[in-house]
Design a protein around this ligand. Structure first.
Ligand SMILES: [Zn+2]
Ligand SMILES: [Zn+2]
Length: 251
C-alpha cells in the first residue's frame, strides 16, 4: 500500500509552540519503503497516536529539508527508533550540510547508529530503498533549505518546503501532486516564507493534478485553510486541498 500521511500541518513558530496543529512531518510509504520528512516536535507521539499506528522502527530513511526546529526537533528520537534503540545499524539520514555542522541538530551519539549519512546537494538525485528523489535548487530561507521531488511509479509528488517565492521554483516542482508550505495568508515582506498569493501563482503556473496546502502559520489558520483551498479550486480549476493532521493520501 502506498500512502502519504501528514503527521503535522503546523508551520512557523506559534502554531507549533501552541500545537494548534501538530508538527510531526510527512510520512511516505512506497512499495514497503518508509520515509519520514521533517520530524518536527512530537513526531514520535504522532506516530504512536496515528490510526493505524505508524511504527518508526520500520523507517528506512529520514529526510530533513532544513534545520529549523519545526522540521527537525524529533530527529534524534526518530533515529533512535529507526535503529531500534541504537541496537541495529540501519537506515539513512539525508540532510543539508549545515544541520550537522557546528551546533548540529543531530547528536553525534545518535548519528553513530545510522547506516549512512547523505548530505543533500542541490539538483542531485538520491535513493532510499524503493524511493528515488531529486533535491531542488537551494531555497531562499535563512538556513540551507531544499525541497524534494519523489518519483513513485505512475505518480510524482513534490514537497515545496519553506522559502521566499522566486520564479526559479517553477522549473522544479512540476509534479502530479505538489505539497506546498504556505505560512502566511497575506504578504509579509522581509520574511522568507510563502503567502497564499504566492501559492496561487505557483499553482496557476504549475497546473498540477492536485495541490495540497500545509505548514500553516497563524494567519492562515485564522483564514481557514479549507475555505481558502476551496476558493483556489474554483478560481484555478485545479484541485487544491488543505491538509489536516492525520490526513492520508493513497496513491
Ligand atoms: Zn517551517
Ligand atoms: Zn524554516
Amino acid at each position: 500500500m502506498n500512502f502519504i500521511k501528514f503527521l503535522g500541518t503546523a508551520g512557523a513558530r506559534f502554531v507549533m509552540i501552541k500545537q494548534l496543529r501538530a508538527s510531526g512531518g510527512i510520512w511516505i510509504s512506497y512499495r514497503g519503503t518508509n520515509v519520514l520528512v521533517d520530524p518536527g516536535p512530537g513526531s514520535i507521539v504522532r506516530c504512536a497516536a496515528s490510526k493505524p499506528k505508524l511504527d518508526p522502527t520500520k523507517l528506512d530513511a529520514l529526510i530533513l529539508t532544513h534545520r529549523h526546529l519545526d522540521h527537525s526537533a524529533d530527529i534524534n528520537v526518530m533515529i533512535e527508533a529507526m535503529t531500534e534503540g541504537g541496537f541495529k545499524k540501519r537506515g539513512i539520514v539525508f540532510c543539508p550540510k549545515d544541520t550537522i555542522e557546528e551546533d548540529s541538530v543531530i547528536l553525534k551519539h545518535t548519528l553513530g547508529f545510522v547506516q549512512k549519512l547523505e548530505l543533500l546537494e542541490e539538483r542531485k538525485t538520491y535513493k532510499a530503498g524503493e524511493f528515488e528523489f531529486k533535491i531542488s535548487m537551494r531555497h531562499i530561507h535563512p538556513v540551507e533549505t531544499y525541497g524534494i521531488k519523489f518519483n513513485m511509479g505512475q505518480t510524482s509528488v513534490s514537497i515545496l518546503t519553506d522559502t521566499k517565492y522566486f520564479k526559479g521554483l517553477l522549473g522544479f516542482y512540476n509534479t502530479d501532486i505538489v505539497i506546498i508550505a504556505v505560512v502566511f495568508f497575506q504578504p509579509r515582506p522581509g520574511i522568507d516564507h510563502l503567502n497564499l498569493s504566492d501559492v496561487e501563482e505557483i499553482i496557476r503556473e504549475l497546473r498540477p493534478k492536485k495541490a495540497i496546502l500545509t505548514h500553516f502559520g497563524m494567519t492562515m489558520l485564522k483564514a481557514k485553510p479549507h475555505i481558502q483551498a476551496e476558493i483556489l479550486t474554483k478560481k484555478l480549476g485545479i484541485e487544491v486541498q488543505a491538509a489536516y493532521d492525520g490526513m492520508t493520501l493513497d496513491f
